[in-house]
Design a protein around this ligand. Structure first.
Ligand code: ACO
Length: 325
């Protein structure tokens, strides 16, 4: 049987030049490298320069992904940008990236699912492609979280960083064999009862301001491992695979302790976990494509490998994607 599979043909990423270490942060708020590293696994994060926008980061990552995929920007007919830190309230930052790439056809829009944004965007693009509505897509996660942090709140400002990552997707006819390349399964969830556990205290309709990130860290932590482990099992349940078959686990990079706890709970060997949180911190929707690109660039992820991605974030939202690279 012939069916359309969404194949990831290339990925790219971009990190701003400025690096802010834990020691640098200790000069701003009452914290220490030891406290931050022990609880989160983070040592440093990148911070966007003044005037450097989410669209700039996203455009740079998209260009690298297109180059790696050897696909011309003119062939892209869908751009989905996952972000919670758009350049402006509107228009969508995705259309700025579209214009930056010289694309004047197809559709471009932003998608907001906070840290789960990349997984949500990947699942959405996969459905557009499988429905035949789009042939080649760019899915981008780009964030400038440094702009919505309260730099006097040591409980949150130490956790996040700026960056962008992107993948190029291509709809290809496959024979349906289980070892064929492409996205094999996606699963998305949300539960708005928990929207006040991780949120921004401003917005166009509520305060008319941008606001700052607020978080009940312990409660986020408590839900994260359970929700992530559940969604992984649900995603795998619809396939012939188990966690034993997974070559690489590329989770949202929130916190080393959440990642270690999840890997233990689902029975994944620690050496299969791609971990970039030490150098990038939590870049929200950008963290998975940043991690993906690092593991592709250093040769860990190879064609034919089974790659499992997952994320959880504000909302709560959570989800997972299983792909044959
Ligand atoms: N440096 C030093 N001390 C700090 C800092 C800091 N940066 N931040 C908080 N503290 C203090 C607190 O004030 C508190 O002091 P007190 O006991 O005198 O009141 C103490 O440390 C303990 O605070 P807790 O918030 O209870 O610390 P906890 O051990 O829970 O660790 C952390 C906090 C790291 C945020 C943890 O709750 C966590 O990892 N939560 C998950 C949150 C997360 O990853 N969010 C990312 C977004 S969601 C996602 O992507 C999944």
């Amino acid at each position: 049987m012939s069916l359309i599979r969404t194949v990831i043909e290339g990925c790219g990423s971009y990190l701003p030049d400025t690096i802010l270490t834990n020691d640098d942060l200790a000069k701003i708020v009452d914290t220490s490298d030891e406290w931050i590293y022990e609880r989160t696994g983070i040592r440093e994060r990148h911070i966007a320069a003044e005037g450097e926008l989410t669209s700039d980061l996203g455009t740079a990552a998209a260009l690298q992904a297109l180059e790696q995929a050897e696909i011309d920007a003119k062939d892209i007919d869908l751009i989905i940008l996952a972000t919670s830190t758009p350049d402006n309230t509107f228009p969508a930052t995705a259309v700025t990236i579209q214009a930056n790439l010289g694309i004047h056809h197809g559709a471009a829009f932003d998608l907001q699912a906070v840290c789960s944004g990349f997984v949500y965007a990947l699942a959405t693009a996969d459905n557009f492609i499988k429905a035949g509505q789009s042939k080649k897509a760019l899915v981008i996660g780009s964030e400038t979280f440094s702009r919505i942090l309260d730099w006097e709140d040591r409980g949150t400002c130490v956790l996040f960083g700026d960056g962008a990552g992107a993948v190029v997707l291509d709809g290809q006819k496959m024979n349906g064999a289980s070892d064929a390349r492409g996205i094999l399964a996606t699963k998305l969830r949300s539960d708005g009862r928990y929207r006040d556990k991780l949120y921004v205290d401003g917005g166009p309709s509520s305060t008319g301001t941008v606001g700052h990130l607020r978080m009940h860290g312990r409660e986020v932590f408590r839900h994260a491992v359970t929700n992530i482990a559940d969604i992984i099992q649900e995603t795998l349940a619809g396939t012939n695979y188990t966690t034993k078959d997974v070559d690489w686990f590329v989770p949202h990079q929130a916190n080393r302790r959440i990642l270690d706890g999840t890997a233990r709970k689902i029975g994944l060997a620690p050496e299969k976990v791609v971990m970039t949180v030490e150098k990038h911190a939590n870049t929200s929707a950008a963290s998975i494509p940043l991690a993906l690109n690092s593991a592709v660039a250093d040769g860990r992820i190879q064609e034919g490998h089974l790659v499992l991605m997952e994320a959880m974030g504000g909302g709560f939202t959570w989800g997972a994607v299983l792909v044959r690279w």
